[in-house]
Write a protein that binds this ligand. Structure first.
Ligand SMILES: [Fe+2]
Ligand SMILES: [Fe+2]
Length: 271
């Protein structure tokens, strides 16, 4: 299975770039499954329902969220009727929506997509490790599902690596989100799971993690609350990860970074 994942879409710059590029990217990479993280799509904070609709229309099969899931409160109702929009599975019981979804491809193959959120330097949540293990207990990679993709939304690289190693051989890929910077550690681990600690954001990198740089920097200089942070609006770099898996084992056969446009050096997987 050919899986394209795009990291945190930040603000208008990120939305416009993804909206314009995704239909072609999907075609060029012959992607069977496209997953995007959109927790920062609405002016840096949350995801408006209309923007979720636009991302689905542009070719996203599944949208993931993160700590900003409910910054746009309307999304709590929307997620209940849109199962392909998922939030971290370790949000407390009673939270709207679900933390995973199974996607049936047109050719009959099936994929499980899940999101979990880390706890180091993050808001308090339930245990992402135990809750992921519990979910995976209900599926068998290569048997009941041909692929399992995990978006691990976390700040600390140590927690991301620990999470990935914990599920090595039981999922097709663990790709991190939330730091908004693409890491260069993409590789296939010993057990056959593809891993990259962060896919990077789809946003303007002439910024502080996607937000307007002067206002963001001022917050580090002074304790006085400044103006409300808004996203940087220059040309975005689309950042993501391409993973190809074996349909018989469900394990990864390759993982390559995707970077296009904006300020970062380009990288495109070979077809
Ligand atoms: Fe984010
Ligand atoms: Fe986040």
């Amino acid at each position: 299975m050919r899986i394209l994942f795009l990291g945190d879409i930040v603000g208008r710059a990120g939305r416009d770039a993804v909206g314009a590029a995704l239909p072609n990217l999907r075609k060029t990479l012959a992607a069977d499954l496209v997953i995007v993280n959109a927790e920062n799509a609405s002016h840096g904070f949350g995801l408006a329902p209309a923007m979720a609709d636009a991302l689905f229309a542009a070719g996203a099969d599944v949208i993931t969220l993160g700590n900003h899931a409910w910054d746009r409160r309307e999304l709590a109702a929307y997620i209940e009727t849109h199962p392909r929009l998922i939030r971290p599975l370790n949000f407390p019981p009673g939270s709207p929506g679900h933390g995973s979804v199974t996607v049936d491809l047109a050719d009959g193959r099936r994929a499980l997509v899940l999101q979990a959120m880390g706890r180091l330097y993050m808001e308090l949540t339930d245990d992402p490790f135990r809750m992921t293990a519990e979910l995976l207990g209900k599926h068998r990679l290569g048997v009941t599902v041909q692929a399992v993709f995990a978006d691990f939304h976390a700040e600390a690289t140590s927690e991301k690596m620990a999470y990935a190693h914990s599920f090595d051989g039981r999922v097709s890929a663990v790709v991190g989100t939330h730091t908004h910077l693409p890491s260069a550690d993409h590789h296939i681990m010993e057990g056959g799971t593809a891993f990259q600690s962060d896919a990077g954001m789809c946003g303007d990198y002439d910024s502080v993690i996607g937000m307007e740089k002067a206002a963001a920097a001022a917050r580090f200089w002074r304790k006085i609350p400044g103006e409300r942070l808004g996203p940087a609006e220059g040309e975005a770099t689309i950042c993501g990860t391409f993973v190809e898996t074996s349909d018989t084992t469900g394990l990864a056969v390759r993982i390559e970074p995707v970077r296009a446009g904006g300020r970062l050096s380009p990288s495109m997987p070979s077809p």
